[in-house]
Design a protein around this ligand. Structure first.
Ligand code: GRF
Length: 207
């Protein structure tokens, strides 16, 4: 069986992308391209270092997010991408994007969806909101992307404890550690065609 072709979208450091390079690339799937909306995203350098086509597409050159996304879809399709992974990608997915890749876009969110997610919950804001609310556990979620922000079918979740002396920064660090295991695990399961999606329920396929 040929390896599933994966396209990755990053806006920043790309530490999750690095885990995909280390554990998935050329083993369970083939990462054929990494795209970014930020020229200085370190994720692009990670891609280049791994010999993966790394492309910055400037959103300023497109009048709307929808037309920008058309350009991204064009690039992904041009590379034969079958699975899109958002690994710290900060732009909103427009309906044309979701239509082009139904149940084939995966996102990682640094909290336990449906808590601390949706509009405005990104980056350190998520972890600050966790502290402000006083929850005793938080975590990470990998999910398929649909038209609702952070609202698609959940593939995998893992928790971390919130200690009395935790700060947004210390929670971010703990959560990132579990993200680094959760995302490759989910992508591997998809590459091996181990999952089935029924409505919003994702289960392991019975063999
Ligand atoms: C992660 O916390 C992820 O959950 C969120 O963006 C961050 C990306 O981190 N969507 P990195 O660029 O992979 O280091």
């Amino acid at each position: 069986m040929s390896l599933k072709k994966i396209g990755v979208l990053v806006s920043g450091s790309g530490s999750n992308f690095q885990k995909l390079i280390d554990h998935i690339h050329d083993v369970y799937g083939e990462i054929v391209v990494v795209l970014s909306d930020k020229a200085d995203a370190y994720g692009l350098i990670r891609g280049k270092n791994a010999g993966i086509d790394a492309v910055f597409l400037d959103p300023k050159e497109y009048p709307e997010n929808e037309t920008y996304n058309e350009k991204i879809i064009e690039r992904l399709k041009g590379h034969g991408v079958e699975l899109v992974v958002l690994a710290g990608y900060m732009r909103i997915m427009t309906p044309n994007f979701i239509k082009a890749y139904p149940n084939a876009i995966v996102n990682i969110h640094p909290a336990l969806i449906p808590s601390f997610c949706g509009k405005g919950f990104y980056g350190m804001r998520v972890h600050q909101a966790v502290i402000n609310y006083g929850v005793k556990v938080t975590g990470a979620t990998v999910h398929f992307v649909n038209e609702v922000a952070d609202g698609g079918p959940i593939i995998a979740q893992e928790t971390v404890k919130v200690a009395d002396d935790d700060t947004p920064e210390s929670i971010q660090k703990k959560v990132l550690e579990i993200e680094h295991q959760l995302l490759p695990g989910a992508v591997k399961a998809i590459c091996l065609d181990e999952l089935e999606v029924n409505g919003r329920i994702v289960r392991k396929r019975l063999k």
